[in-house]
Design a protein around this ligand. Structure first.
Ligand code: MRU
Length: 383
């Protein structure tokens, strides 16, 4: 996607051919700065501190982290240490484990001398795949927005309103985004789409990152406080919700940024379609019950008691919001049960949020199934 007229991805190789460059997402929307990752520790820090964030981008960054680690020391011991270090950075997004498992499986059988080149090649492949997958998710999701636009016109409304939570745009992926890819494709196709952007306390990925992305692509948007979504739905101001996910279980329970569940409940109560957009790498086939089984990240309480932003004079500053010494808890994610989800938008098609729905798109995951993978190009709506 473009920033100031120049096309960007969120991660790329520097001009020396080995350093990894990423956008420092902690500084957006006020400063656009590129950070160079030179080794394993830099990469682990970047994921943990949320220089980069968003499930697919966490996976892609970890893949390059393995490449940087192999460049420094391609021994078996270092391969295992790099895998463990990166896996421990953030617990909830399963794309991290998916990417690391893929890297380890490819690198382990190779002689040490071949590992660095193979690691860079596979990390690059993971990034390229992410772009194609998200573009497909965008195309399929845009059909849902087009249908909602038809309904909005019948109801006499001048635009189609999508509500989203957190940032599931190109900043959270390598390009396009998951939940925002359909919005970009619909907008590019001339559909008058407007986005309600939930600010997403405490780190405000909606107000800072989603708003920044939409602004730079020219998509109309309005920032709302996290608690406003239900009110808007009651007043027919939301045509559909589309959110991303950090881990979706084999029965379709969806874990995403804290506050998503309440939007799922409000959407269900108001008959507003609630879609979740995800690449297959976000499905954790080993889990069933998302509420009971998905590890939920707990972050520093300071993210709740303090807020960071740009002061009148232009300098970045942090202010205290709560009585000094207050305790605060900071659960990063929640789980929306499958029964509240209208459909899952994947690169293979749109399906009901259920085991049957997912298996209809991923038959190779059925017990005893021979691998038979439909291509993204043949993807459509199921169920
Ligand atoms: O804590 P974050 O900013 O990494 O959380 C990101 C989200 O919850 C996104 O909605 C999710 O990763 C969807 S895909 C970009």
């Amino acid at each position: 996607m473009k920033y100031n007229g120049k096309p960007y991805r969120t991660i790329w190789l520097g001009s020396n051919g080995w350093m990894v460059e990423v956008i420092d997402q902690r500084l957006l929307p006020h400063q656009f700065e590129v950070v160079r990752l030179k080794g394993l520790d830099d990469t682990a820090f970047a994921i943990r501190a949320m220089v980069v964030r968003g499930a697919p981008l966490i996976g892609a960054t970890a893949a390059y982290g393995m490449a940087l680690a192999m460049r420094a020391d391609a021994s078996d011991a270092h391969l295992v240490a790099a895998y463990d270090t990166l896996l421990a950075t953030r617990p909830t997004a399963v794309n991290l484990r998916w990417a690391l498992d893929r890297m380890r499986a490819a690198l382990s059988p190779l002689p040490a001398a071949e590992r660095t080149a193979a690691a860079y090649a596979l990390a690059s492949e993971i990034c390229e795949e992410d772009v194609v997958i998200n573009s497909t998710i965008g195309r399929l999701g845009a059909e849902l927005i087009a249908a909602a636009w038809e309904r909005a016109q019948v109801a006499g409304r001048p635009r189609v309103n999508v509500l989203t939570h957190c940032n599931a745009g190109w900043l959270g992926c390598v390009d396009w985004g998951t939940a925002l890819a359909p919005v970009y494709k619909a907008h590019n196709a001339g559909i008058p789409v407007h986005v309600w952007v939930e600010e997403t306390r405490p780190r405000n990925q909606g107000a800072s990152l989603t708003a920044w992305e939409l602004k730079h692509h020219g998509v109309p948007y309005t920032i709302i406080v996290d608690n406003a979504g239900g009110h808007l739905m009651q007043h027919h101001m939301v045509d559909l919700c589309i959110v991303g996910t950090d881990r979706t279980t084999s029965r379709g329970d969806v874990c995403n940024k804290i506050g998503t569940y309440l939007k799922g409940l409000a959407a269900h109560d108001n008959n507003v379609p609630f879609y979740v957009a995800l690449p297959a790498s976000t499905i954790d086939w080993t889990l069933d019950d998302g509420v009971a089984e998905i590890p939920i990240e707990e972050r520093d309480a300071r993210e709740v008691t303090h807020i960071r932003g740009r002061a009148e004079g232009g300098a970045m500053c942090e202010v205290l919001l709560a009585p000094e010494g207050s305790s605060a808890s900071n659960f990063g994610f929640d789980v929306t049960p499958a029964r509240l989800v209208t459909g899952l938008i994947t690169e293979r098609g749109v399906c009901p949020a259920s085991r049957e729905g997912l298996l209809s798109l991923f038959p190779e995951r059925s017990e005893g199934a021979a691998a038979a993978e439909p291509s993204p190009a043949s993807a459509g709506v199921v169920g």
